[in-house]
Ligand binder design. Structure first.
Ligand code: NAD
Length: 307
């Protein structure tokens, strides 16, 4: 498949590297010149459980340098950059392109729909992890899955084609009509752990130091998933609370991305996570007091960090 990945940081490079290795025609598009220069010169260094290697069978360029129309455009920027990223590659959005988002948060379909008609948007969720080690070098350890569907819920051949392509690259993808439940459960998980860690400075396991950490996280889970339930989405509250408890028990020393962003003086994905959950709650006459308080606190921490 001819695939362009816009936003080729940790996740975009990891997916792009595996898709190129499995024989797809892959172009990475990014605005990080240091990352582009290293990949152009030496290929992408990809470290996974399958080994540490250079992937040279892909192209990399800035948005204005990309010219080939892809069949699939994968958006893997942080959510706050989706609009700018799609504006930058608008010339690649031909009549036959499909756009896939596996980004975290809510509102991704609405943002992409400003650039492409809704029946050409695929939406999903992934549990694969990835980190950027240095320009041109990403790693991902452990296992994950991808679940995706057409954003409008209509079953089309492209959904299984993309799913098979991702699975062919080792990314364990299934087409799944219950993706919205998984998206909301991940939003609840991230609204809890990311925002509490971002404002407290705690790593995930440190949320277990006093009972308040787990109690706050559980409150956020209940609040956020109450919105999904009001919307008729069949989310699993007990599973989500168990995931949070498991993360606190096991993720020793892990700094969630929102904490990493605040520490590095970058803007966070808070608006697509706590912000979007609070906005969705407002539309169905629900209030999320703990989630909203954490939203305000992360906004403050972020404003101080980027000042
Ligand atoms: P990242 O910051 O490593 O990568 C984002 C990339 O987008 C960067 O390389 C950046 O230069 C690029 N970018 C920014 N603006 C751009 C523009 N206008 N045009 C082109 N490129 C642009 O982020 P990430 O960790 O790869 O996360 C991407 C998304 O995937 C996020 O929504 C995140 O929540 C989600 N996600 C991440 C993980 C993970 O383990 N890292 C896991 C699941 C989901």
């Amino acid at each position: 498949m001819k695939i362009t990945i816009v936003g080729a940081g940790a996740m975009g490079s990891f997916f792009g590297g595996l898709l190129a290795e499995s024989g797809n025609d892959v172009t990475l598009v990014d605005v990080n010149d240091a990352h582009i220069d290293v990949i152009s010169a030496d290929g992408l260094r990809l470290e996974t459980d399958s080994g540490d290697r250079q992937v040279r069978s892909l192209r990399v360029c800035r948005p204005e340098g990309a010219t080939d129309l892809p069949q699939l455009l994968v958006v893997f920027t942080k959510t706050l950059h989706t609009g700018a990223a799609l504006s930058g590659v608008q010339h690649l959005i031909g009549p036959d392109v499909h756009v896939l988002s596996l980004q975290n948060g809510l509102g991704n379909v609405e943002k992409i729909a400003e650039f492409v008609s809704p029946e050409r948007i695929l939406i999903g969720v992934t549990t694969w992890p990835a980190d950027m080690v240095a320009p041109g070098h990403v790693h991902s350890h452990g296992k994950g899955v991808v679940r995706l569907m057409a954003a409008d819920g209509v079953s089309r051949p492209i959904v299984s084609q993309v799913s098979e392509t991702l699975s062919g690259a080792g990314l364990a993808c299934t087409s799944d009509s219950t993706v919205w439940a998984a998206i909301w459960e991940k939003v609840a998980f991230n609204a809890a752990l990311n925002s509490i860690c971002a404002v407290s400075g705690c790593t995930v396991d440190q949320l277990g130091l006093v009972s308040d950490g787990k109690r706050l996280a559980d409150e956020v889970i209940l609040e956020v998933l109450s919105v999904a339930q009001r919307l008729g989405i069949d989310v699993d509250v007990a599973k989500c609370k168990a995931s949070v408890a498991g993360a606190i028990a096991q993720h020793k020393g892990h700094k969630p991305s929102m904490l990493q962003d605040v520490l590095a003086g970058r803007r966070t994905e808070i608006e697509a996570i706590n912000g979007a959950a609070v906005a969705a709650a407002g539309r169905v006459n629900l209030k999320l007091p703990t989630t909203e308080t954490l939203l305000s606190l992360v906004r403050l921490a972020e404003a101080r960090a980027v000042a």
